[in-house]
Design a protein around this ligand. Structure first.
Ligand SMILES: C[S@@+](CC[C@H](N)C(=O)[O-])C[C@H]1O[C@@H](n2cnc3c(N)ncnc32)[C@H](O)[C@@H]1O
Length: 226
């Protein structure tokens, strides 16, 4: 997502900073403390202007959310909208995540959303894809057992690559479709479209979607071997 330079960027960030976490690495292991409750925490990596996470935080408001976006001028939009909506269950940080362990303790998150992640189409850049096995493994490590990842993309080859990574890692696919908006199944994800999703769907592009977790859970919540 590219955007022109924003005038007075730092001033506008400072004026809309009530949801901003300026030192996110210092919050490792302390995110629940920051939210002031023990409710589940969900992270979106690469939230763009934040339409998805803002709506989720507003509607499914018994959970906590963290929006992370590396481009400050884009992330400013999330801060401005969060300020306007007055959401107490949303925090925002402006950094590119390279290693998720820098930000979160093992088991600290309940779920991670990857929406229209940058495809990095060249083979030599495969490791930069957020759904590369190295990243997926890290994401699973900072989640509770049974924690979920949801991934949506318009990019069919990135989706096929991601499905292979998921299969090779032995993760359990809970939901999967190659045409989210024309699939009759009642996926919750349809209710929370992102900016990219709306743009591509309007052009008739199919949207790929998969929801998965690292292990199956027995009914009593204990982990099952997979
Ligand atoms: C293609 S845009 C999609 C934005 C939004 N999720 C949507 O669906 O409309 C991808 C965004 O992810 C951000 N991004 C990519 N890798 C990231 C990372 N490792 N950490 C934080 N943000 C990242 C980019 O800056 C960009 O704004």
């Amino acid at each position: 997502m590219r955007q022109r330079n924003v005038k007075n960027l730092q001033e506008r960030i400072d004026a809309n900073a009530s949801h901003l976490v300026r030192e996110p690495k210092a919050m490792k292991g302390r995110w629940h403390e920051l939210f002031g409750n023990d409710r589940p925490i969900y992270l979106e990596v690469g939230s763009g202007k934040g339409q998805f996470i803002l709506k989720r935080a507003e509607i499914l408001n018994d959970m906590n959310y963290i929006a992370c976006e590396g481009q400050e001028n884009i992330c400013l939009r999330v801060l401005e909208k969060a300020e306007e909506a007055g959401l107490s269950n949303l925090k925002v940080f402006m950094e590119y995540i390279h290693d998720i362990h820098d930000y979160f303790e093992e088991g600290e998150l309940e779920g991670i959303f990857l929406n229209f992640s940058d495809p990095w189409p060249k083979d030599r850049h495969a490791k930069r894809r957020l759904t590369h096995r190295r990243n997926l493994t890290g994401f699973m490590e900072v989640m509770k057992p049974g924690g979920i990842i949801e991934f949506k993309t318009d990019n069919d080859s990135l989706f096929e690559f991601s499905l292979e990574e998921i299969a090779d890692l032995g993760y359990e696919v809970l939901e999967m479709t190659r045409d989210l908006h024309n699939d009759p199944a009642n996926y919750q994800s349809k209710e929370f479209p992102t900016e990219y999703e709306e743009r591509f769907s309007a052009k008739g592009k199919n949207i790929n979607y998969v929801k998965f977790r690292s292990s199956a859970l027995k009914p009593d919540g204990q982990e099952e071997d997979i």
